[in-house]
Design a protein around this ligand. Structure first.
Ligand code: GTP
Ligand code: MG
Length: 213
């Protein structure tokens, strides 16, 4: 077989169904862990909800906003593709200074407890704005997640805002900055153009097929 074809990345799977499942501010408020779950985290406004909508091809299933701090709860979505039924968790963003002190203080424990105690959680997708790069809050999360020994997928968002020639150097920089716990995989993504969609789906399905805890 021609090696070039052998190496071709699989296409994104057709989305057979996608629906809102539930939301909560504490892990106890979420439905019991039944399906493999993938969480999406990152700074406020980095593009988590937009990326989810692009992945599942629904324009506004996850609510997006120009105003940072929009998503304040853990929102779960159930997604069905031919290979699997999965749950995607859209997490509230961190690092948003204008949010109330109360909300900022509760973010850490809420997310940390979810990340550590949700048994169905298979992988964390960490989003970083390609123009901002990895920041201290992101590193903190990478280091926190490392204790779970579960896969981390690093995604650079909004790559449509960067000239094409800068994509590869930006991804390389991102990988180097995150280092710890990162399996050398960083994916450039755009919710505007769907760039990186197939690659991210591939990473998610690979992570989801790992045996659960
Ligand atoms: P919070 O819920 O506040 O944590 O934000 P979020 O990370 O969910 O971000 P959201 O998806 O709401 O997007 C924030 C803003 O960035 C919106 O104005 C989006 O339209 C914009 N945005 C998101 N992804 C992209 C992208 O790939 N390209 C461009 N150009 N803009 C994007
Ligand atoms: Mg959001």
């Amino acid at each position: 077989m021609n090696a070039r074809f052998g190496m071709k990345r699989p296409d994104a799977p057709p989305i057979l169904d996608a629906r809102y499942l539930a939301s909560g501010t504490a892990v106890e408020q979420l439905p019991g862990p039944a399906l493999p779950e993938i969480a999406f985290a990152g700074r406020s406004n980095v593009g988590k909800s937009s990326l989810l909508n692009a992945l599942i091809q629904r324009r506004s299933l996850a609510h997006t906003s120009k105003t940072p701090g929009h998503t304040q709860k853990i929102n779960l979505f159930e997604v069905r593709v031919a290979q699997a039924r999965l749950v995607f968790a859209d997490l509230p963003g961190y690092g948003y200074a204008a949010r109330s002190k109360e909300a900022r203080k509760s973010w850490g424990p809420m997310i940390e407890r979810y990340l550590l105690t949700r048994p169905s959680l298979r992988a964390l997708v960490l989003l970083v704005d390609v123009r901002r790069g990895v920041e201290p809050d992101d590193i903190e999360l990478v280091e926190f997640w490392a204790q779970t020994k579960k896969p981390l997928v690093l995604v650079a968002t909004k790559v449509d805002k960067l000239p094409k020639a800068q994509h590869i150097p930006a991804l390389k920089k991102l990988r180097e900055a995150a280092q710890k716990g990162v399996d050398a995989r960083a994916i450039g993504f755009s919710a505007e153009t769907d760039l990186g969609r197939a690659e991210l789906w591939d990473a998610i399905l690979t992570a989801a097929s790992l045996p659960g805890q």
